[in-house]
Design a protein around this ligand. Structure first.
Ligand code: PRT
Ligand code: ZN
Length: 297
């Protein structure tokens, strides 16, 4: 079966325009997500722009900070960008779907030996950050006055060189803070990559976006679920089936060995270990767990 979208609603040249990060932490995962959606990009190396071979999609490679503006202006119809950038830039775009990668948090950190007693600690202090808008919102919410020093990189060295008393920066493992003698004391935003769209998308572009979203949601669902096959003695079938959520009810097939059945089902990642343990206790044997590529419900 051909993967091509014939009869593109935008006509022969009509393509959905997507902005993604050119090179950085979101680039690889953005391209991988498109690939998982069955969309192959032509030659992505050292390019500002490319096209997909098998979906009416044009892709622009940009600095992540510029993506919200390009989408607001309609130069791009949609973009993949971190929520941290989206909320800091505060452009008039709509956030449509969380993408499940680029996870991090925007946190306040202070020197490890400081005694932090809540946001009031920051009163009158200097905070170094690349996120002045989000930090100011946090200070306002907590009725704290502090001095914000906007710096564009290497924020975490600011306290060590006497430039600031605290920092507010992105954290994922926490090792950068640790190596700079800092400790995380407040999480002001949990962030991940999201799909954003222009607020005045044409009906044709929206139609293409719906097709793309359908694929993205199928890929995300598949990632969050596992296909499980197991063998069960027939007298335990009822109990084992009651432990399995599945999409509808599980599939049960007789095994060649008398008195045994094979049971197939889908389990959500978050309940996974819990359910597997209960299945073993209930007498399940030969449990196989298989990744799912796409899941359409
Ligand atoms: O050139 P361009 O402007 O496009 O890229 P950039 O340098 O501004 O951004 P980049 O590529 O560093 O990050 C892009 C996006 O990835 C961010 O906007 C976040 O949405 C997301 N992201 C996820 C992260 C991190 N995790 C992360 N850990 N962005 C940055 N970091 C940095 C952080 O700033 C700190 O320096 O990693 C360090 C902390 O990491 P840990 O693991 O030591 O805690
Ligand atoms: Zn950036």
């Amino acid at each position: 079966m051909s993967n091509k979208l014939s009869n593109s609603p935008l006509g022969a040249g009509g393509k959905l325009k997507l902005a993604i990060q050119k090179s950085g932490r979101l680039s690889e995962d953005s391209i991988k997500l498109l690939k998982d959606c069955g969309i192959d990009l032509r030659n992505v190396k050292d390019r500002l722009k490319t096209e997909a071979d098998n979906f009416p999609l044009e892709v622009f490679f940009l600095r992540d900070d510029d993506i919200p503006q390009y989408v607001e202006d309609g130069v791009a119809d949609i973009g993949f960008v971190g929520e941290n950038v989206l909320y800091e830039k505060n452009k008039k775009v709509a956030s449509v779907e969380k993408l499940g990668f680029g996870k991090c948090r925007l946190s306040v950190a202070v020197k490890r030996n400081e005694e932090y007693n809540g946001p009031a600690f920051l009163q009158g202090k200097r905070i170094a950050t690349s996120y002045p808008v989000l930090v100011q919102q946090f200070l306002d919410k907590n009725q704290v006055q502090a001095e914000i020093h906007e710096i564009s990189g290497s924020v975490e060295i600011a306290p060590g060189i006497g430039l600031a008393d605290a920092v507010c920066d992105l954290v994922s493992s926490g090792s950068t803070l640790f190596m700079n003698g800092l400790k995380e004391v407040e999480v002001i935003l949990q962030s991940q990559a999201v799909l954003i769209k222009n607020k005045n998308l044409s009906a044709d572009a929206q139609l293409l976006l719906n097709k793309l979203l359908f694929r993205i949601q199928s890929v995300k669902k598949a990632k969050n679920n596992k296909y499980v096959l197991l063998n069960a003695p027939n007298e335990k079938l009822k109990e084992i089936i009651s432990l399995l959520p599945g999409m509808k009810s599980p599939t049960v097939l007789p095994l060649a060995t008398e008195g045994w059945s094979s049971v197939h089902s889908v389990i959500n990642e978050s309940d996974f270990w819990n359910i597997i343990e209960k299945l073993k206790e209930a007498g399940a044997q030969g449990i196989l767990v298989v990744p799912i590529e796409k899941m359409i419900v």
